[in-house]
Write a protein of this length. Structure first.
Length: 104
């Protein structure tokens, strides 16, 4: 659930990891390279090892806790059984989850 990266960006917790990178963008029809500073979504914005059991992915733990809290619903998308969530609820829950666990 990539929306959880947005929650990581919003969360106020210690140890947030960032990366700097360059990427081409169009400016008035011209390709120019710009430098960006953002959370590390590849290696992870936070070290969850102290709050997530070994072998479990952090986002899996957050989604599991959302489902336990009654957020989201199960349904089919095409032929696949899926869990469907409202984006606002995901961001609010995940931001609070991260801050609560990592600010101890």
């Amino acid at each position: 659930m990539t929306l959880l990266h947005h929650a990581e960006a919003l969360a106020k917790a210690p140890g947030k990891r960032f990366v700097d990178y360059e990427q081409p963008i169009l400016v008035r029809g011209q390709r120019v390279w710009r430098r960006f500073h953002d959370i590390d979504s590849e290696e992870g914005a936070f070290d969850y090892s102290g709050v997530v059991p070994p072998g479990q992915e952090p986002f899996e733990a957050i989604v599991r806790d959302m489902l336990i809290a009654g957020i989201g619903r199960q349904g089919k998308v095409g032929a696949a059984e899926s869990h469907l969530f409202e984006a606002t609820e995901v961001v609010d829950f995940a931001t609070a989850w991260i801050e609560h666990r990592l600010n101890k």
